[in-house]
Design a protein around this ligand. Structure first.
Ligand code: SF4
Length: 177
C-alpha cells in the first residue's frame, strides 16, 4: 500500500498499539467458527452477525474482492490473570480505537470493509431483521462472523498475537480495494 506509513501513523495516534499490512489472500472463512457464533448473544440480532451477514461462502466472496488489508492491535498490560478491570478497559479502549479509526479510514477509502470485534455497535438498536441496514457503508463486521480465526490470520501474516504473560491483545482488520 502506497500510503501505509501515513495510515499506520494515524492508527497509532488514535491509540492502537501496533499496525501491520495484511495479505487478504491469507483470510480463510471457516464454517466451524460459526458454531461459536450460535452461542453468542449477538447471534441473529444484527446485519453484521450470522445469519444476517450471509453464509460463510458469501463472506469469503465478499472478502476476496479486496486487495489490501490492515491488521490493528490493541495490547493491554494486566496486573495478573484475574485483572478483570484491565481486561474490560482493554476491550473498551480497542472498541473506541476502532470506532475512531473507522471514521478516518472511511473518509480515505469509502469502500473499505471494517472487521472488528463482536459485531456492529453503530446504532443504538439495529434495524435487523425488519428493515435494511441504516449505514451499509459503515457497518462493522465481526471476525468470527466471517469465520476468521484471529490467531490464524495473525500467524499467516507473520504477526504475533501473544505478547507474553500479563498481556492481552485485541485485533481488528480493515480491507481496502
Ligand atoms: S449500522 Fe446500524 S443497522 Fe447497520 S448493522 Fe450496524 S447496528 Fe445494524
Amino acid at each position: 500500500m502506497e500510503n501505509f506509513e501515513e495510515i499506520k501513523n494515524k492508527a497509532l495516534e488514535i491509540g492502537f498499539t501496533r499496525v501491520f499490512e495484511m495479505d487478504v489472500s491469507t483470510i480463510v472463512c471457516r464454517e466451524e467458527v460459526r458454531a461459536d457464533c450460535a452461542r453468542c448473544r449477538a447471534y441473529d440480532t444484527s446485519w453484521a452477525c450470522p445469519p444476517g451477514c450471509g453464509t460463510i461462502e458469501e463472506c469469503q466472496e465478499r472478502i476476496n474482492k479486496y486487495s489490501h488489508g490492515l491488521l490493528l492491535q490493541t495490547t493491554a498490560e494486566l496486573e495478573d490473570q484475574f485483572d478483570v478491570d484491565s481486561m474490560m478497559q482493554a476491550a473498551a479502549d480497542h472498541g473506541r480505537n476502532f470506532a475512531a479509526f473507522s471514521d478516518y479510514i472511511k473518509s480515505v477509502y469509502p469502500g473499505c470493509m471494517l472487521i472488528g470485534t463482536g459485531g456492529c455497535h453503530r446504532c443504538r438498536k439495529c434495524t435487523y431483521p425488519d428493515e435494511p441496514c441504516r449505514f451499509p457503508d459503515k457497518l462493522t463486521h465481526s471476525m468470527e462472523a466471517n469465520g476468521m480465526v484471529v490467531s490464524d490470520v495473525c500467524t499467516a501474516n507473520d504477526v504475533k498475537y501473544y505478547y507474553g504473560p500479563g498481556t492481552l491483545t485485541y485485533v481488528a482488520c480493515v480491507l481496502i480495494d
